[in-house]
Design a protein around this ligand. Structure first.
Ligand code: AP5
Ligand code: MG
Length: 226
């Protein structure tokens, strides 16, 4: 039986590599839906759900959240949005257990195999970026900004999309950043090996370039005309 055509991109990259920024651009112009497990976790915390109360501390300190809890969030999203054709999983899977769980779902649902978009950038660059990041405080938005745009004289203070105030993420403090980077490094190679074993296509992008150039490179990889 022919697989059900869905275009699922898995954004894999170190914290600060620009997964959210790139996903925002894909949603704005290429008709993609972003499923950010980080955003979903922050929504649970902001809304003080049972899950939110359970994960609040771990999230702030940069620890990973339980594999099955995170996978349930993603699979629930798919069950509620089965009509969506173009989906970006931003920051999921993050462990081999999650990748295998997603693969079981893909095979059971007879969906087209996902493609991995692997954002490559060095640690000093991402530490600098995370120190300058602001996000929209509205939980349903969480658009990403950077104080680096103050170079052009315009320090962002409110969200261009919904006019809510911009805030720093609690896990963008030095200790939590260190923890997140170390956890990412601990899982990256095993995840890539898992994707090779599953014969997923892996597209590496040089994410040290300007966001516009990273987006242009992705469009080229996807065969989208500018
Ligand atoms: P999550 O929210 O996914 O955080 P992360 O993986 O640490 O990644 P970030 O969101 O920090 O970075 P990004 O790559 O999206 O970069 P961004 O575009 O914002 O997860 C948070 C937490 O949730 C985890 O620590 C964990 O607790 C939990 N969690 C989530 N998923 C999980 C999972 N699957 N399993 C278990 N736990 C999970 O860009 C960063 C900054 O750089 C911005 O200011 C941006 O403007 C700027 N920037 C972006 N691109 C460029 C560029 N090309 N040039 C210059 N500046 C740029
Ligand atoms: Mg992000």
């Amino acid at each position: 039986m022919e697989p059900v055509s869905k275009n699922i991109l898995l954004f894999l990259g170190i914290p600060g590599s620009g997964k959210g920024t790139l996903a925002q651009r894909c949603c704005a112009t290429l008709n993609y839906e972003q499923v950010s497990t980080g955003n979903l976790c922050r929504e649970h915390v902001a809304q003080q759900t049972d899950i939110g109360k359970k994960i609040d501390l771990a999230l702030k300190s940069g620890k990973l959240i339980d594999d099955s809890l995170i996978t349930d969030m993603v699979l629930q999203w798919f069950s509620q949005h089965s009509e969506k054709q173009h989906v970006i999983l931003d920051g999921y899977p993050r462990t081999v257990i999650q990748a295998e769980a997603l693969d079981r779902f893909v095979k059971q649902s007879n969906i087209t195999q996902p493609t991995v978009i692997y954002l490559q950038v060095d640690e000093p660059t991402v530490i600098q970026r995370l120190g300058m990041r602001l996000i929209c405080s509205k939980t349903g938005c969480q658009a990403v900004y950077s104080l680096a745009s103050s170079e052009n004289g315009d320090i962002p203070s409110i969200c261009a999309k919904c006019s809510s105030v911009l805030v720093r993420r609690p896990d963008d403090e030095t200790a939590a950043i260190k923890k997140r980077l170390a956890l990412y490094q601990a899982h990256e190679q095993a995840l890539l090996e898992c994707y090779r074993r599953l014969a997923y296509e892996i597209s590496a992008l040089d994410a040290s370039r300007a966001a516009e150039d990273v987006f242009a490179a992705l469009r080229t990889k996807l065969g989208v005309r500018s």
